[in-house]
Ligand binder design. Structure first.
Ligand SMILES: NC(=O)c1ccc[n+]([C@@H]2O[C@H](COP(=O)([O-])OP(=O)(O)OC[C@H]3O[C@@H](n4cnc5c(N)ncnc54)[C@H](O)[C@@H]3O)[C@@H](O)[C@H]2O)c1
Ligand SMILES: [Mg+2]
Ligand SMILES: [Zn+2]
Length: 276
């Protein structure tokens, strides 16, 4: 794991450092990039919901300005997190992914879900706390499974209507209360494409900030059934031969890694590395 970006609990009452400005999965950028001198930002009178100390980038302290709405700033524009994933280096993307998750969580936990009082950031740990009833919330994570289903030289890949034109990917879905991740894999595969699988094999995991998933990645062998795409969720699903694959998901995604790893093992090529 690279050392350029390290999360840390920094005290926002300290002066100086850099800051990123986030609102609804978008960041403020100007010609110098996405990191702004923090003291300069403070003079702009932005619609600030919360300020959080995030950690260190290249050894420098970085803070988050979480905004109520995407305010106009002369000379700057708003850019989505997905675009940073595609264009920025991996360390900067990890910093921004972390900032997005903390910002989204803080802005969605301003009031206590139990008694309605205003929540406070807790000193000493990354938590929101209700002083009236004691409820405490930690950053939200949603366990999700992602699986590459295979049949020898064939890969089962599917398209969601949300995907870029022509792109097919592995199947994914959220874990439900009471089920194991393995049960979730079998259920989601059955629901999304109507196919049965053998026991899934755990491969690797990845934090995924769209919006707060923890992806648990598997390989699974086909056991039976014909493909029946789930209406609305799955636009198309097919078996693709390894010599004739469609456009695939982003290089940084675990979906891509699961596919590349299977190809490498099948074809006797060096195994890929999952971006950290
Ligand atoms: N990193 C990767 O390679 C990769 C690839 C594919 C999907 N993903 C991620 O996997 C996650 C799940 O994939 P999906 O969209 O196919 O899920 P899914 O198949 O479970 O369907 C999504 C639906 O689940 C419901 N939902 C939303 N949030 C939920 C939650 N926290 N718990 C339970 N249900 C919820 C909503 O009705 C939503 O429309 C998403 O966050 C997606 O971004 C990551
Ligand atoms: Mg799904
Ligand atoms: Zn409360």
């Amino acid at each position: 794991m690279s050392l350029r970006w390290q999360a840390a609990l920094l005290d926002p009452s300290l002066a100086g450092g850099w800051a990123v400005v986030h609102c609804r999965q978008q960041f403020l950028v100007d010609d110098s990039g996405v990191l702004f001198p923090r003291d300069w930002l403070k003079r702009l009178e932005l619609p600030l919901l919360s300020e959080q100390g995030l950690g260190h980038f290249d050894g420098e302290p970085v803070f988050l300005f979480e905004l109520d709405f995407p305010a106009e700033v002369p000379g700057a524009r708003w850019q989505g997190l997905r675009q940073f994933m595609q264009q920025a280096d991996q360390d900067l993307f990890r910093l921004l992914g972390y900032a997005t998750q903390i910002g989204t969580w803080v802005s969605q936990h301003r009031f206590c879900g139990s008694c309605g009082s205003r929540m406070q950031a807790r000193a000493g740990e990354r938590a929101m706390y209700c002083p009236a009833c004691g409820v405490q919330h930690y950053p939200r994570l949603s366990p999700s499974m992602i699986v590459l289903v295979t049949r020898g030289d064939e890969l089962l890949l599917a398209r969601s209507p949300r995907f870029a034109v022509g792109v097919y990917s592995t199947l994914a879905g959220y874990v439900e209360p009471g089920e194991s991740v393995e049960q979730c894999v079998a259920r989601e595969v059955r629901e999304e494409v109507g196919v049965e699988i053998h026991s899934p094999q755990y491969i690797a995991s990845q934090g995924w900030p769209f919006p707060h998933s923890l992806m648990l990645g598997f390989h699974a062998e086909y056991a039976g059934g014909e493909i029946v795409p789930q209406p609305e969720e799955i636009e198309d699903a097919r078996w693709f031969h390894i010599d004739n694959l469609p456009a695939l998901p982003a290089r940084q995604s675990i979906a891509r890694y699961l596919i590349e790893l299977y190809l490498a093992r099948r074809l006797g090529r060096p195994e890929p590395v999952l971006p950290g």
